[in-house]
Design a protein around this ligand. Structure first.
Ligand SMILES: [Zn+2]
Ligand SMILES: [Zn+2]
Length: 363
């Protein structure tokens, strides 16, 4: 009855769909029933009918037997709850070479921008061994990224940071687009500047100094803080795309490579007081570009990757311009230092409450 050709005759793609619809059962229940129906002999059915054994236990025993469990091993699972038996079955199930090859062929990592493009969800599938390599490497790298005195992000966030720096290091060694030398400057040597092209589809956003954000080539959108970060460590290319037409407005200004080298040499390391990290030293605008800061050496300072990428441009801290050049202090961002928006106008509040009452009143 449950063979696939009979279900196809009845208009169902497979026997599971047939059972699920005829018995109004959940798909997983229907799957169990079809599984058992294809394996049970009459003696089992009789034992269930006599109440000697439950349907669930017959299902468990059948699964264990198929996974290769011996009679003693099956007997030992008698008093376990169904979840534990499920785990025993999983542990016993054979993983063949063919299975492993299939898992390997099917592995992937995907990047999926959210609807508004403000963030990208990564998902993927890896074999257990490959996943362990990635997990362990990201854990180790994440540990080394956080300076001792800093707020520790949790393990998942540390892995995300580790993945970002790993990929950034790779791009610096093998840049996909070579940064062009400014006129009259020798081509940049040593560590390359990351070049991130930003497409501004929206001329309003561009006119506002990217306060409304901008789009990166991969399709995601970034906000003003990231635009500031890109202005520090790379260059922005303003491009307007209208249909097939691409208008390039020439790059907005970038820190000249010579100035960048001079600032790095002048500071000799991260200028935050007490920081000794030299990982990915980057040049930062003390007064951000979006707030009108310029590329002059007085407005530029050297920060390690953590202080630049995490403390300043992600956690919203700012460099105290009054702090001494080699012992810079960080100012907490407005929210962290206890900033609260002013309380709402009490008059407006009572008006809102009155309106809500009118809306609730029956017509
Ligand atoms: Zn910066
Ligand atoms: Zn630092």
């Amino acid at each position: 009855m449950l063979r696939s050709n009979s279900s196809a005759r009845l208009g169902y793609g497979n026997p599971v769909d047939l059972v699920a619809s005829r018995m109004d059962a959940h798909r997983s229940t229907a799957r169990d029933m079809v599984y058992l129906a294809q394996r049970l002999d009459d003696s089992h059915i009789e034992r269930i009918r006599q109440g000697e054994v439950s349907y669930v236990r017959v299902l468990e025993e059948t699964r264990l037997r198929e996974a290769g469990a011996s009679a003693e091993e099956i007997a030992r699972t008698r008093d376990l709850d169904p979840d534990s038996v499920g785990r025993v079955v999983q542990q016993m199930r054979k993983i063949t070479r063919a299975d492993e090859r299939r898992i390997f062929e099917g592995q992937y990592v995907a990047f999926q921008p959210s609807l508004d493009g403000s963030h990208v969800r990564m998902n993927g599938r890896l074999g257990a061994f490959e996943a362990e390599i990635c997990r362990e490497a990201l854990n180790r790298r994440g540990e080394t990224l956080v300076p001792a005195a800093e707020d520790r992000p949790d393990a998942g966030q540390r892995r995300a940071l580790a993945l970002t720096t790993l990929c950034q290091d790779e791009l610096d060694q093998h840049p996909m687009v070579s940064p062009a030398a400014a006129p009259g400057e020798p081509p940049p040597r040593g560590r390359r500047e990351p070049l991130l092209m930003v497409v501004a589809n929206n001329p309003v956003a561009e006119a506002s100094g990217f306060e409304q954000g901008a789009a990166v080539l991969a399709g995601g959108r970034v906000g003003p803080d990231t635009v500031d970060l890109i202005q520090c460590s790379g260059r922005i290319e303003a491009i307007t795309v209208a249909g097939q037409d691409i208008t390039r407005h020439g790059s907005t200004s970038a820190i000249r490579p010579g100035m960048r080298r001079a600032v790095l040499a002048r500071d000799g390391g991260c200028t935050i007081d007490g920081c000794s990290s030299s990982y990915r030293l980057e040049v930062h605008h003390i007064l951000e570009r979006s707030r009108g800061g310029d590329h002059s050496s007085e407005n530029l300072t050297t920060l390690c990757w953590w202080h630049h990428h995490v403390a300043v441009h992600r956690r919203g801290m700012r460099i105290d311009p009054q702090s001494p050049p080699r012992r810079r202090r960080l100012l907490p961002n407005r929210r962290a230092c206890g900033y609260r928006p002013p309380p709402p106008d009490p008059h407006a509040l009572s008006l809102l409450r009155a309106l809500a009452k009118i809306n609730r009143a029956p017509p």
